[in-house]
Each structure stands twice: as structure tokens, then as C-alpha cells.
Design a protein around this ligand. Sequence first.
Ligand code: AMP
Length: 393
Amino acid sequence: MKIMSINAGSSSLKFSLFDMATEKVLISGLFERIGIEGSSYTLKYNGDKIKVEAELPDHSVAVKILLEKLIELQVISTLEEIEGVGHRIVHGGDKYTKSVMVTDEVIDDIIRFSDFAPLHNPAHAVCIKAFKEVLPKTPMVVVFDTAFHQTIEKSRYLYPVPYHWYEDYHVRKYGAHGTSHRYIAIKLAEELQNENLNIISCHLGNGGSITAIEKGKCVDTSMGFTPHAGIMMGTRSGDIDVSIVPYVMEKEGKSANEIMNDLNKKSGFLGVSELSSDSRDIEDGIKQGNEKCILAEEMFVNSVVKYIAQYYVLLGHVDAICFTAGIGENSIDTRLKIVEKLAPLGIKIDVEKNNVRGKFAKINSDDSTVDVYVLPTNEELMIAKDTMDIINK
Ligand code: AMP
């Protein structure tokens, strides 16, 4: 069974075509700058990578090219071979607690929730419609990034603000990266053959979030009403005192939107280091003794440790701390610094075992109170699996 996994942004479309029997990617790629000058697409296939400049006025054109290429490259011989398409959806509001088959009502809801994810949800809807045009008979499924967090209790998802903000405007915690955290919960349970694990899942990428998982269910997560909250990130500040917003608005004569842009795109690693949002550049800066890079890394580590410690108490008993995504899977130094700060909880790293990148590994020392793992995330596979499961039902 071949299933397509789709992750569409406002001007991009990422895809992977899976052979579900082997869970192998047959072809993957990225369409970039859709609707913008200088558009192109990249395909990864059979160990090769090709980049093609192409006019991509909208998502429909990208989808048509994508399907033509699959046939041209003989990945499939007919479009019917694609038995399902799964779409990642950033926001499902508080309505969707799991992945569902695409219907007109679902598409309307995705558009309705655009207020919460203005850059993403409209693009998702456009992309679903583009696929429906070309593959009208192929079943499609949507996988919501917020769904996994819907098991959080009300006392944890509400903000201590006037209650009617929640009732009238749906102001509450929704979380993000749910597909990744769910993958981690399922995959670690599989690896350890134990479905009753309490896990602190640390998705540390350009965006980042920490999630407390009790026996496969999310009980709290660091992201909030939007993917701005929680730990420090590549260009996002994470949690800050909200009073900073009107204060700097007045100081710099900026609008709320401009300040939000600074907090979203010019903060985090980039803001503090004044160098880069990429943790590899920060690591290089640290090696050269760059004070701001040293500071940025320390702030990042502190923000992660704060959430892990909080969730350690919330869960009561923790079986595993799991590092995933770009930094979590690859940054040996950052993992080391985080785990070293967890010493008061008796959590200890094994420096040798931690010397690993991008593969499943247990990295704690034998006398650690909690096991610590590196586990590569695979959101695309999670989307494809949900799609297959729902179609087979
Ligand atoms: P993601 O959003 O999951 O793609 O992660 C992006 C982040 O992961 C960036 O900050 C990268 O610098 C970081 N990253 C990716 N590969 C490595 C690596 N080999 N070593 C350290 N950090 C890495």
C-alpha cells in the first residue's frame, strides 16, 4: 500500500510517498516559494537529489507537477496506486482529538480555525482542495498537530485570565508538535515493549516543545495558545512576561504585530546571539568563545530544564526522557548540558553513550534514576500510518 504524507505551508509543500509494508520512503520532496518569484522543487529519489526551477503560481500546479513526476520517474505507474493521502494540519481547535477522514465539514473547520494558525491552516485547506481536484476518488485523512494535546485537563489548559476569554474567544492552551510527541510515545512504547510508560518528550528543533506523557496520553505541554509559548527556540522567545509587549511598543513606536514579529522571528537563539537561529552556528560560536552564543545556549538549556523538572513533578514517576528533532537528535553538547542540570533529580548521562547522532540510543548512566533516550522523530510516517489505519477501517 502506497500512502502520501503531505505537509503544506503558505508557500511550500513537503511530501513523502511511503510503501507502508516496509515503512520506507519511495520518494520525498519539497516545493518552495509557491506563488512567489523564484519557485522551485527538490526531489529525493533512489539516493539522488534533483532541484528544478519551475513556475509554481499556486499549490494546484505544485500538486500536478508532483503527480506527473511520480509517473515519469516510474515510482508509480498509475495514480490509483496512491491509496491514500494524509495531510498534516497545524490547528484543529478543541474539536479534533484524533485524525479523521477529509469531508467538506472538516475542510470548513480547518478554515474556521485559521484565526489560531493564520499562516498554516488556510494553506492546508488550499492544498487538500488541490489534491481533491487531481485525485477525486483517493481517500484523504487529516492529522492535527493539536489533537494529541486534547487530553490535557482543563486546569492545565486554561489561562488564569477572565473566564469569558475562553468562552467567547477560545483562549486556552492548544499545544503543538503533537504528531511528533505522539510518534515518540508510540515508538518508545514499541522499542521498550511497554505501553504504560511515563515520558517527558523533548522535541528540540528550530521550534521546540516539551510534553509530559502519562501511559501514552498527553497531560501537559509547553506550547500554548500558539506555538510561541514554552521553551526558547531558534527565532521565538518562548515564555516571556506579557508586559514587555506594550512596554517595547511604546519605546520603539511599533505596533503589536511588529512586536509579535520580533518575538517570533528575531528572538530566541537569533535574538540573544545576534548571530544565528541555527544551533550549529551557536555551537561554533561557543567554541570561538563568543559570549552571546554562550549566553544563548545557557538560556536555552535553562528553559528546557525548567520544563523537564516541572513535568517530572507532574508525572510523579518518569520512565524516560526522550530527546528528538534537529537539536535533540544531533546536538551532543546541548543534551549533555541539559542532563547535567538534572543532577538534583538523580538523572545522569553517560558521556560515551551520549556520543550519538540521529539514531535510537539510551544515553543515561547505569545509576541514573530515569532512563534518557535519543529517538529520531518521524512525523511523516505518523501521518502515513494514521492515514492507512483510517482508510483500512
Ligand atoms: P528541526 O526544526 O527539527 O529541523 O531542527 C533544526 C535545528 O536542529 C537547528 O537549530 C539545527 O541547527 C539543529 N541541527 C540539525 N542538525 C544538527 C547537527 N548535526 N548538530 C547540531 N544541531 C543540529
